[in-house]
Design a protein around this ligand. Structure first.
Ligand code: TYD
Length: 144
């Protein structure tokens, strides 16, 4: 059964230590991120015009950071798409479970860093868009 988060996607402001030598941002414990981080991964060297994602998670929650460069995260809750442009290393996009996401419009040299609440488990992915829409409509009909 898919866990249904009552949370909504939102931009989280991360600490920014400004310094003439260069700025610094950090995340520790659950002070900035609303879940315990189990895994961090990042994508890079994304060719121009390519897109990533194309799935939702049954349980995993994520925070996505453009630690370098700029890209768009497109989120679909089953009804509407919302696009977030990430281009600041001190902002994270919180994505609850149950949102379909695609990432595109990567500027050259961008790095997409993702903190996530679960270890990698392919069974947590919904990679078929029709299945995702079925799950959303079952969730709605179930009144969850
Ligand atoms: P994929 O989910 O397609 O990446 P994205 O959705 O970010 O575009 O993952 C690509 C491959 O990497 C796929 O074979 C699964 C594997 N993978 C891991 O082994 N561990 C991980 O933590 C992640 C995120 C992916």
């Amino acid at each position: 059964m898919e866990s249904v988060s009552q949370n909504k996607p939102r931009i989280i402001q991360l600490p920014k230590i400004c310094d003439p030598r260069g700025n610094l941002t950090f995340v520790q414990d659950m002070e900035q991120v609303p879940f315990e981080i189990s895994r961090v991964y990042w994508t890079y060297d994304v060719p121009a015009g390519e897109f990533r994602g194309g799935h939702s998670h049954r349980t995993a929650e994520e925070v996505v950071v453009a630690s370098g460069g700029s890209f768009n995260v497109n989120l679909f809750d089953g009804e509407e798409w919302v696009t977030y442009t990430l281009n600041r290393p001190y902002q994270g996009l919180y994505i609850p479970s149950g949102y379909w996401r695609t990432l595109d419009n990567f500027a050259s040299g961008s790095v997409c860093l993702v903190m996530t609440s679960t270890k990698y488990d392919e069974a947590d992915y919904v990679r078929d868009f029709d299945e995702f829409k079925r799950i959303v409509s079952e969730r709605r009909n179930g009144g969850v």
